[in-house]
Design a protein around this ligand. Structure first.
Ligand code: F6P
Length: 341
């Protein structure tokens, strides 16, 4: 059996650890051969491959990014995309595919499964917004990077009596902001799921100054004011129809400064949250997902995705996991709000 592997969508730390685990188990345990597809769905669409054997995956565990490359290619937005993928898989002698990705990559995997392709999914994303799994790998690393930044910003904010705003990624889900903000002791956390009141945010900021501390506001890139919309970096959309978010931190800085009369500055963490080596937890999760993904292939569990449930790795149907985003529960946000102001 020859198994193809691809990584699609925004990269995140831990992708290489999954690839390594799949190959390290798949070759000796099942006698499989592996073929890497380059740049997400572009690989099978255009038959761009690279060999994947045990020597090729040595040393990958701590390495960020993905040795296979990634892209946001959507075969369903390309004429005869599905037909081309099926033909290329057949010509290359690939009998099964492991797709490692987020809602878009796995959404494509789910539809390809419906079209007769033998595919198993592995959930990744720093955003942690995939249903069906408690956590995705990449998230823990992003949160830890954000917390380190917040810790550092506290001390400089206090020296200069400024408000510092930290804009984090997460798209339409506030998981990174919530976890990093709570762990970093933010004075306000603004997430896409709960519209914020700018007057209330300014009150929290002022109360922090009264205590002779400097406020830190963590804002998720998709957060929106009560009477406004998402702030966009550009008007462009990607192949899956996603807008490019970014800029709400700068907007907040200007508003807070104008309303409080005290200086406010913004730090946008951006792609730093996706780069570099995975945390120990993400290495552990990615490795376990890889091991269970190749077991799912061996068991013929097509159309399924590995998922973390408590301490167990289980499989769930791809179409369930990709139907709707996993958003922050208001009760969790209420816990964080105890520390605002
Ligand atoms: O989905 C991961 C993510 O990093 C989001 O948090 C962010 O909105 C988006 O990808 C950024 O995408 P790109 O790297 O294409 O700018």
């Amino acid at each position: 059996m020859r198994v193809g592997i691809l990584t699609g969508g925004g990269d995140c730390p831990g992708l290489n650890a999954v690839i390594r685990a799949i190959v390290r188990r798949g070759v000796p345990e099942y006698g499989y051969e592996f073929l890497g597809f380059r740049d997400g769905w572009r690989g099978p669409l255009e038959a761009i491959t690279r060999p994947l054997d045990i020597p090729a995956v040595r040393g990958l565990l701590p390495r960020g990014g993905t040795i296979l490359g990634s892209s946001r290619t959507n075969p369903f937005a390309i004429e005869n995309g599905v037909g081309r993928i099926k033909k290329n898989l057949q010509d290359l002698g690939v009998n099964a595919l492991v797709a490692i990705g987020g809602e878009d990559t796995l959404g494509v995997a789910s539809e390809l499964h419906d079209a007769g392709v033998r595919v198993v999914g592995v959930p990744k994303t720093i955003d942690n917004d995939l249903s069906g799994t408690d956590y995705t790998f990449g998230f823990d690393t992003a949160v830890n990077i954000a917390v380190e930044a917040i810790d550092r910003l506290h001390t400089t904010a206090e020296s200069h009596h400024r408000t510092l705003i930290v804009e984090v990624m997460g798209r339409h889900a506030g998981w990174i902001a919530l976890h990093a903000g709570m762990a970093g002791g933010a004075n306000a956390i603004l997430i896409p799921e709960v519209r914020f009141d700018i007057d209330q945010v300014c009150e929290w900021v002022q109360s922090r100054f009264r205590l002779e501390y400097a406020p830190i506001v963590v804002v998720s890139e998709g957060a929106m004011p009560k009477d406004g919309e998402e702030v966009l970096l550009t008007g462009e959309k990607d192949a899956f129809g996603h807008v490019r978010l970014g800029g709400v931190g700068e907007w907040l800085g200007r508003e807070i400064e104008a309303r409080t009369g005290k200086e406010a500055r913004t730090t946008v963490l951006g792609h730093v949250q996706r780069g570099g080596t995975p945390t120990a937890r993400d290495r552990w999760l990615a490795t376990r997902f890889g091991l269970h993904a190749i077991d799912a292939v061996a068991a013929g569990q097509w159309g399924q995705m590995t998922a973390l449930r408590g301490a167990d790795i289980v499989t769930v149907p791809l179409h369930e996991a990709t139907q709707q985003l996993k958003l922050v529960d208001p009760a969790l946000y209420a816990e964080a709000a105890v520390f605002f102001g």
